[in-house]
Design a protein around this ligand. Structure first.
Ligand SMILES: [Zn+2]
Length: 238
């Protein structure tokens, strides 16, 4: 019995430590020499950076929203292509080592964005909310973790200002106007959610078609909030 308990404690401790100090590179799976590091040296050298912070003009990420709605600036840290390492990173954030990796990626993004003129006046970081069911199963929202990492570096607060509308809610709204408003999107702004904000940054893990981010930005514009809206994601699919 005593042995069994010792084994359980040992397994638990090892599991716990490997959460804090992942022992394998999240991209190639090779064992890491240094603790508290997610990437091996080779994979770190091979990250697919967009280098958008060096662009003087618009980027591929800005182009996604052209002709759709007015977005101040868009930043993405990495390019996502089928089969490249960014795909692994996004997968791991969602399903495996989400907590520490999500925060780390947020910090990496924050370091780049911190010195960019376009984002100098951001007042708040707003993570895209996930379904409460998913958050319950997974235990965390990856966009929130990314935002928390950015917040550390950029010294800008995270505001949980958006929520996902439930199916019920969209059915039971009273006025016709509200019903119409509801079909437009899947997010809504919390009451008083962006008080005193002049420029906010919506945060998500990946920018693909842009529809999720568009819904989120529209939820803010629909409330006639004066704030400018920018977007930041770990990856841009192209
Ligand atoms: Zn590696």
């Amino acid at each position: 019995m005593k042995n069994k308990i010792t084994k359980v404690i040992k397994d638990y401790t090892e599991g716990f430590l490997s959460l804090i100090y992942p022992q394998f590179c999240v991209i190639c799976g090779n064992e890491l020499n240094q603790q508290n590091d997610h990437f091996c040296f080779m994979c770190e050298q091979d990250l697919h950076y967009t280098y958008f912070e060096k662009y003087k003009d618009y980027t591929l990420a800005d182009e996604v929203f052209w002709g759709r709605l007015n977005i101040e600036s868009v930043y993405a840290l990495l390019y996502y292509e089928n089969g490249n390492s960014t795909k692994n990173i996004l997968h791991q954030i969602k399903y495996k080592e989400g907590r520490s990796l999500g925060v780390l990626m947020g910090e990496m993004m924050g370091k780049k964005m911190k010195n960019m003129e376009e984002f100098k006046d951001i007042d708040a970081l707003i993570p895209i909310p996930i379904h409460s069911k998913k958050s319950f199963i997974r235990g965390y929202n990856q966009s929130l973790l990314i935002a928390e990492g950015m917040s550390e570096v950029m010294e800008i607060p995270v505001l949980d200002a958006l929520y996902r509308k439930t199916h019920d809610e969209s059915q039971t709204k009273k006025s016709k106007e509200e019903r119409l408003e509801n079909v437009k999107g899947k997010f809504a702004l919390k009451e008083g959610g962006l008080k005193n904000c002049n420029h906010v940054l919506i945060v998500d893990d990946v920018l693909t078609t842009g529809s999720t981010l568009e819904y989120a930005a529209r939820a803010i514009y629909e409330k006639k909030v004066k704030a400018k809206v920018s977007l930041g994601t770990i990856a841009l699919a192209h």
